[in-house]
Design a binder for this molecule. Structure first.
Ligand code: C2E
Ligand code: CA
Ligand code: CA
Length: 508
């Protein structure tokens, strides 16, 4: 029993041991597999990490490339190609930053506008290569003159700008401007010739003069304009009175435009007297501005402004049509032989003179041969050929031409040969001296001889005394004009005067 019992127990134990062994083997297998799979997973993971890192690196590199490319593009877009200076775009950004910087940190700074003097002349006469060399030279000189924390830019053409940072007093701006001027004393050697380079400077300070971009630039520009007007090669700091003057000028310009539109600039008439007949035979048309308050302004108050605004053609058209309309009856009734109307030198450049005159004569029915146009030598300096062909055309149509202010400028006798001139008007400055100055007498007598010899009518302007009138008549003047015979007067007053004096053929 025992033996049987023992053997079955042993059997059980062995079976148990075998099972335990199998299970251990199986677990070992499983653990080995698990370990193998973990290793694989680990490697796979490592690969993935490496891959991801590689990708990330590429992305970083690529981004860096793009940033650099963009920075280069911005740098290029903000550089002036010719001089390598900051360009207008960059300047605008830097100026904006400077103004923001002021509002945050209260750093006072100045804006300098620099404009080269007579650059156009060099560019036009010596050539564009020379122009480029001048601009590069100017850029280098400005760079040399400014301080380390200042910024220089080329705004375009021959305009440069400097932002002068950390200004303590106006004297600092003055010093920088002076240094620039001193640098500019170095002329530029170009292909064996010496090119003088000079500049004008205008400046405005933040916050003393302005605290915003628009005013700051406008004020620096006004100051620069003042430098140019005062004979160039100077620095002008902006001052508040300039702004006031600009405002007044703007108001004057607007008032003049309105006056022209409303016909408030009207022709007045000054008699021109014949020496032989002793009577008024012609009239010079002189513009007068009848203002809203009833006062009358003379040309010295408005002609220059009209010229600067390019409104001389408008003035001419307005004055010529009104005077032709007014004077037509005077001419038809033979009370007046002709009207003499001033032409501004700039009108020849416009090339519209011929058409304007023809149109007005047609519209008003005014006889061509009763119109005289007064031109000055200034018109001839512009382009003698172009002017003389326009004058020739006018002459063909019967219009008379007078050379005005003769004896006040260059008075080239050559003009008398080359131009179809009918009348010569001796300048007032010569006339005022004839009573006392032997040289003035000699000159007037000689011109009188020439005029007679070449068949040109001679008029003396600005005759104020009987003595002058007497002497001028003897010296060969055909006609006299001046306060002695009458000042410029309105249409009604002039007409009254004409009616009072009977025309020559009626009294004969
Ligand atoms: P201007 O053409 O030499 O005209 C003669 C000027 O001398 C006029 O001045 C006239 O009033 C003045 N005058 C005449 N006689 C005497 C005199 O005996 N003594 C003195 N001291 N002055 C005398 P005004 O009218 O002031 O005109 C000045 C200038 O303005 C004119 O000089 C002319 O250049 C210009 N101007 C006037 N009206 C016109 C116009 O309609 N068109 C253009 N383009 N210019 C005009
Ligand atoms: Ca005149
Ligand atoms: Ca004159």
């Amino acid at each position: 029993m025992n033996g049987e019992g023992e053997s079955s127990d042993d059997e059980k134990v062995r079976r148990l041991e075998r099972r335990v062994e199998r299970e251990r083997a199986a677990r070992h297998e499983a653990e080995k597999l698990l370990e193998q799979k973990s290793t694989e997973l680990y490697h796979a993971n490592q690969k993935l990490i490496a891959l991801a890192e590689g990708l990330e690196q590429r992305v970083v590199e690529r981004t860096q490339e793009l940033v650099t490319a963009r920075e280069n593009a911005v740098r290029l877009a903000e550089r002036d190609q010719l001089t390598g200076l900051a360009n207008r775009m960059c300047f605008t950004r830097l100026l904006t930053e400077a103004i923001e910087g002021w509002s945050v940190g209260n750093h006072r700074f100045a804006l300098l506008f620099i404009d080269l003097d007579r650059f156009k002349e060099i560019n036009d006469t010596v050539g564009h290569d020379a122009g480029d060399a001048v601009l590069q030279h100017a850029a280098a000189m400005i760079k040399k003159a400014i301080r380390g924390h200042d910024i220089v830019a080329r705004l375009g053409g021959d305009e440069f700008a400097v932002i002068c940072n950390f200004i303590e007093s106006p004297r600092d701006v003055e010093r920088v401007a002076e240094r620039i001027m001193v640098e500019f004393q170095n002329a530029l050697g170009f292909r064996g010739r010496t090119l003088p380079v000079a500049c004008s400077i205008g400046s405005a300070v933040v916050p003393d003069d302005a605290c915003n971009m628009i005013d700051l630039q406008r004020f620096a520009d006004i100051a620069l304009y003042r430098s140019k007007a005062s004979g160039r090669s100077v620095h002008t700091p902006f001052s508040a009175t300039m702004n006031e003057e600009i405002h007044q000028r703007q108001t004057l310009e607007n008032a003049l435009r309105l006056a022209l539109r409303n016909g408030d600039i009207e022709p007045w008439y000054q008699p021109i007297r014949s020496v032989s007949a002793g009577d008024t035979v012609a009239a010079e048309v002189l513009a007068r501005w009848r203002k809203a308050d009833g006062s009358i302004a003379t040309p010295d108050k408005f002609i220059r402004v009209l010229e600067e605004c390019g409104l001389m053609r408008e003035l001419f058209v307005s004055v010529l049509s009104a005077s032709c309309r007014a004077a037509r009856p005077w001419v038809e009734q033979q009370r007046l032989q002709y009207l003499s109307v001033n032409v501004s030198p700039g009108q020849f450049k416009l090339g519209s003179l011929l058409d304007d005159v023809t149109d007005i004569l047609e519209c008003t029915g005014f006889p061509h041969n009763a119109l005289q146009l007064e031109i000055t030598e200034e018109a001839l300096i512009y382009d003698l050929h172009a002017v003389s062909s326009q004058l020739e055309e006018l002459k063909q149509r019967g219009v008379r031409i007078a050379l005005d202010d003769f004896g006040s400028g260059y008075s080239s006798i050559g003009y008398l040969r080359r131009l179809p001139i009918h009348t010569l008007k001796l300048d007032r400055s010569l006339i005022s001296d004839v009573a006392t100055d032997v040289r003035a007498r000699a000159i007037v007598s000689a011109i009188g001889e020439i005029a007679k010899a070449i068949g040109v009518e001679l008029v003396a302007e600005g005759v104020e005394t009987e003595a002058q009138a007497l002497w001028l008549g003897r010296a060969g003047c055909d006609l006299l004009q001046g306060y002695l015979f009458g000042r410029p007067v309105s249409r009604a007053t002039f007409e009254e005067g004409l009616l009072r004096s009977q025309p020559e053929h009626l009294t004969a």
